[in-house]
Design a protein around this ligand. Structure first.
Ligand SMILES: [Zn+2]
Length: 372
């Protein structure tokens, strides 16, 4: 088989002879091709960037040529390059190698434009994300800005700065997934999967002076075994407003307005006392059931989403505990504020009448495309 010789002389006659030999080999090899595999071998032998014949003539002829012969050799090498490329392209079309359908070129030549095109289905927002966007947009329209934070948090931001002291029993209400092998670190530096979006309240107040009006959408994790209403991963939307003279009336008015936008202008809201370490006083807010209109019945059937009470528990809220301001260098004598948080997955379940939270996360397109 032909291999590129080193040139002893770079005279025109010597070059002629070398080129002639090379072209003869090219012609012979091209005419021997019968299959597509052979054509590929042929193409690679002549054109491969590494060790291909063209690369070798470049190295052995052009680079080795003395200065006065460079121009002449360069022109010949360029001509050879064009000839080799032409021969390779031509060999691909040879009817000799296999059936027409085997040839990549034949396949494109016989493109049937009457065939239906490839369908590329359009995606749509996931129902939980869609619900989060709806909640966020209600507060954006009230002048709130959006803040986000890390899902892997430190104990300090997830608990301590939110007024959950170490070993406080309130920590037990949020069954936490800790990152392993951190026993050597001080407790406040240990990493965990955030159990709520509230750490972003602290992170925002650290970098921003009042007035603060933010809404925080995000993913959170708790060590809850999955069932129809629990998932170890779920979504919250949380809000925080801190300014001078903010009262519980502002909290009630803001949230009442938000619920009417989200669930319809006829819903009523109701508050009952609750406990969260980072708010004081704290409350749970209920909305009148927007499925049965507050009657507790759907026709003669009991209304399941509100458990026949006519009310649905929708979020937790309260006035920011003055202790929290101590962690972010705010003066609790000068500022006050409120915070609230709701589960986006739960609201999506209620809104769309879904009976199992797992359906949102097991990725079945047949389920998800109903919300497109
Ligand atoms: Zn109901």
């Amino acid at each position: 088989m032909y291999s590129v010789p080193k040139l002893k002389s770079f005279t025109e006659a010597a070059l002629d002879k070398a080129v002639e030999k090379l072209l003869a080999a090219l012609k012979e090899e091209a005419s021997a091709i019968k299959t597509e595999a052979e054509w590929k071998t042929f193409r690679d032998r002549w054109m491969a960037r590494k060790n291909g014949v063209l690369t070798e003539i470049n190295d052995l002829w052009l680079k080795a040529a003395p200065k006065e012969a460079k121009r002449e050799v360069g022109q010949r090498v360029n001509q050879l390059k064009a000839l080799v490329e032409e021969a390779v392209a031509k060999a691909e079309d040879l009817p000799a190698h296999g059936s027409a359908a085997d040839s990549p070129k034949a396949a494109t030549d016989s493109l049937d434009v009457t065939l239906p095109g490839n369908r590329r289905p359009l995606g749509s927002e996931h129902p939980v994300i869609k619900t989060m966007h709806e909640i966020v947009s209600v507060f954006r329209n009230l002048g709130y800005s959006v803040e986000e934070g890390p899902v892997i948090e430190t104990d300090y931001y997830n608990f301590e700065a939110l007024n959950f002291p170490p070993n406080h029993p309130a920590r037990d209400t949020q069954d936490t997934l800790f990152i392993s092998n951190q026993e050597s670190k001080p407790q406040r530096e240990r990493l965990l999967l955030r159990t709520h979006t509230s750490p972003v309240q602290i992170r925002t107040m650290e970098k921003m002076k009042p007035p603060v009006r933010i809404v925080i959408p995000g993913k959170v994790h708790r060590n809850d075994p999955p069932d129809a209403s629990h998932s170890p991963m779920f979504h919250q939307v949380e809000g925080l407003a801190v300014d001078t003279n903010i009262t519980f009336c502002d909290l009630k008015g803001t949230l009442d307005h938000a619920m009417k936008v989200l669930f319809g202008s006829s819903v009523k809201t109701s508050f009952r006392p609750s406990f969260f370490p980072f708010t004081e006083p704290s409350a749970e807010m209920m909305v009148s059931c927007f499925i049965c209109g507050g009657s507790g019945k759907r026709g003669s059937e009991p209304c399941r989403p509100c458990k026949q009470t006519g009310w649905i528990e929708i979020l937790g809220c309260g006035m920011v505990d003055p202790n929290v301001y101590g962690f972010v260098d705010y003066d609790p004598k000068k500022v006050s504020g409120f915070a609230f948080g709701m589960g986006a997955d739960r609201i999506a379940i209620l809104k769309y009448g879904v009976d199992d939270i797992q359906l949102f996360f097991n990725g079945d397109v047949r389920f998800l495309e109903q919300f497109g």
